[in-house]
Design a binder for this molecule. Structure first.
Ligand SMILES: OC[C@H]1O[C@H](O[C@H]2O[C@H](CO)[C@@H](O)[C@H](O)[C@H]2O)[C@H](O)[C@@H](O)[C@@H]1O
Length: 629
């Protein structure tokens, strides 16, 4: 593989980076896998058949690891890009010297009922309707445009170039094979094989259409013709709109970002199991050119349960139903507690390895697959799960019988471990510590478990769990607060940590508590860069990593919620508006934001950022409506 750089993390100053900025990618999803599209019309990331499979288009991580372009010849910058409203279908408009072209891209999912049958109160159609098909249509709006198609898969994360064979007599379909996988490209253009790629070029005039589709479905089913291809794009639009129609999105000036966040989150869901990935990518760097590169294509208990919390507020409850099944089915560890993360199919082992042949995004190495965090002890996980079960129980007015053993085992696990150090919510790879946010989430675990026991009428367990919750609370307020009355990162430091903002989100402390106000203000003043929140200062924290990182978007959104909770509504609104201004051109967020360069950093799009956006908007909107939270 080419490195495209002259040393780790160092690009020649003469040549601009060949990697588009992370925030310029568009995201498509069929709820089995996701694709990232660069502004020039190239699919730079696609793993098939599902999120955690090896990539077939991996240019995101190495410019020679495979790509698939459809767009005008000789022009790289579109005039505009937007999602078809209410969908995860992309529309790109190009203006060339001789004409205008519209390209639509969809990872096909559907069928959905016709628009007039949308009923927000009924369950949507069975939504495992992915076609395992990427459809791309082109329409010349005016003049003439030379359309170029280049499809160059490289299988196994850039390892195995495709071997192409034409299928059928007309050179309108070809199969690419490599690493035990075959995908089929079909089009109305005339294809030519050039080694590991196929290419086509065709002049379209006003009103003319072209299409292509890539299939990895069983039987490699492809559209019959252009009408069918366009109908599949429309089907996909209907699918997303049908899904979105179930949501109760407040009629507020933030309606658009709320909708986009809901669509992004749903697009991170793996429908066969109800699990969500933290992000569809691996190894987009948290430090430019650096080594903080992780694989996020797994389901973290924390990320998913926080996601469900956000979706509940939008009345999107079916996702919680599915995920409850998932957690009831996954295999716990030997002591009965849940792992902190699983594969999207419930797999327990996520062994981390490096792919040394890949250059990494803009030279950021290593590229990792798997995630060693899976075997860590992170004591917040029980609270995240039990909070989610309580919320779900209240919303659905029933506690499914099969979840009760899980409630008991997680409450017992939290009771057993809350006094012990752990790796914390940030998954530090240094020494285990007595993290305040981990203990706070253990309090959440026992507090929510006690409430669930009351709902179930379990008179024995409810008081025991409530008593343990009180013990944890006392312990935190004794050891977890500095002499300035601020919640600290862990018991042996006075350093700040944005995860202590969860004291507001999970109502560990009431809005008028002085310690909460002191913590929120300290974080706003001392843990920010240009007003955006760091999760902690890397020079004050033993996280087992090197190098600085950007501000963490979830932490900035948490600060919005916390400011609203302590009654600082105008400060909350101001920060929310700033955060909305730094969204990507298509309304998406990565994990981090570099407050100095304005660039997004880390995996993209990131569920954490979008779920916290919804939570922050909720805090402000509720406060605006009622004058209280
Ligand atoms: O930066 C260190 C850690 O980064 C990842 O963890 C982060 O992402 C997780 C998924 O969104 C999230 O649950 C966690 O709170 C974040 O700190 C990475 O997965 C870890 O391996 C890594 O140590």
């Amino acid at each position: 593989m080419s490195t495209g750089h002259d040393g780790p993390g160092r690009f020649s100053s003469a040549a601009p980076s060949p990697f588009p900025p992370i925030e310029e990618y568009a995201y498509l999803s069929d709820c089995h896998t996701g694709a990232l599209l660069a502004p020039d019309g190239s699919v730079d990331w696609l793993c098939v058949p599902r999120f955690d499979a090896p990539s077939i288009f991996g240019s995101l991580l190495d410019r020679e690891a495979g790509t698939f372009r459809l767009g005008p010849d000789n022009i790289d910058h579109p005039t505009s890009r937007h999602y078809t409203p209410g969908t995860n279908v992309l529309e790109t408009t190009w203006r060339t010297k001789s004409g205008w072209l519209l390209v639509r891209d969809a990872l096909v999912i559907g069928p959905a009922p016709p628009d007039d049958e949308i009923n927000p109160h009924t369950r949507p159609p069975v939504d495992d309707d992915a076609h395992h098909l990427l459809v791309r249509t082109a329409h010349c709006l005016e003049g003439t445009v030379a359309v170029q198609l280049i499809c160059e898969p490289v299988f196994g994360y850039g390892h195995t170039p495709a071997e192409w064979t034409m299928t059928g007599p007309q050179r309108h379909a070809a199969d690419a094979t490599g690493a035990g996988l075959t995908v089929r490209l079909a089009t109305d253009l005339t294809l030519g094989i050039e080694g590991g790629r196929v290419r086509a070029r065709h002049l379209l005039s006003t009103g003319e259409h072209a299409w292509c589709a890539l299939s990895w479905a069983a039987g490699l089913a492809v559209p019959a013709d252009g009408d069918h291809a366009r109908a599949l794009v429309d089907t996909t639009c209907r699918y997303w709109r049908t899904w979105l129609a179930q949501a109760r999105i407040p009629d507020h000036r933030w309606r658009d970002p709320l909708q986009r966040s809901a669509l992004a989150i749903k697009g991170l869901t793996y429908v066969p199991t109800g699990a969500t990935v933290a992000a569809p990518t691996t190894s987009l760097p948290e430090t430019p050119g650096g080594a903080r590169n992780w694989d996020y294509r797994y389901t973290w208990m924390r990320d998913t349960t926080f996601t469900l919390r956000a979706l509940h507020w939008l009345d999107l409850d079916w996702e919680a139903e599915e995920f409850m099944q998932f957690i009831a089915d996954v295999q716990p560890t030997e002591d009965g507690s849940l792992q902190i993360m699983y594969g999207i199919d419930g797999r327990r082992e996520l062994t981390e390895t490096e792919l040394p042949d890949l250059s990494g995004y803009a030279g950021a190495r290593p590229v990792r697959v798997g995630n060693a965090a899976y075997s860590q002890r992170q004591n917040d996980v029980y609270g995240a799960v039990l909070d989610s079960i309580l919320l779900h129980t209240r919303r659905s007015q029933r506690l499914p019988r099969r979840l009760w053993p899980l409630v008991v085992s997680q409450a017992e696990a939290a009771t057993r471990i809350w006094t012990q150090p752990d790796q914390g919510i940030w998954e530090a790879r240094g020494e285990p510590r007595h993290y305040v946010s981990s203990k706070l989430m253990c309090w959440v675990a026992l507090d929510r478990a006690a409430k669930l026991a009351v709902l179930r009428g379990d008179a024995d367990r409810a008081p025991t769990w409530a008593h343990t919750a009180e013990q944890i609370r006392d312990d935190i307020l004794t050891h977890g607060v500095t002499t300035d009355g601020v919640l600290r990162q862990h018991y042996d430091t006075d350093a700040l940590d944005a995860s202590t903002l969860l004291a507001a989100n999970f109502r560990f402390l009431p809005g008028d508590d002085k310690r909460l106000a002191a913590t929120v203000n300290a974080i706003a003043e001392d843990l920010t860069e240009n007003g955006f929140v760091l999760r902690y200062r890397t020079d004050q924290t033993d996280d087992g990593q090197h190098g600085k990182e950007g501000t963490f978007l979830i932490c900035s959104f948490w600060l919005v919620s916390a400011l609203a909770h302590i009654g600082e509504l105008q400060r909350a609104r101001d920060l929310m508006e700033r955060l909305l201004r730094v969204k990507s051109p298509l309304g998406l967020y990565a994990e981090e934001y570099d407050a100095h360069t304005g660039r997004h950093l880390g995996n993209f799009p990131q569920a954490f950022s979008h779920l916290a956006l919804i939570g922050a908007a909720e805090s402000i909107i509720l406060a605006e409506r009622t004058g209280e939270l």
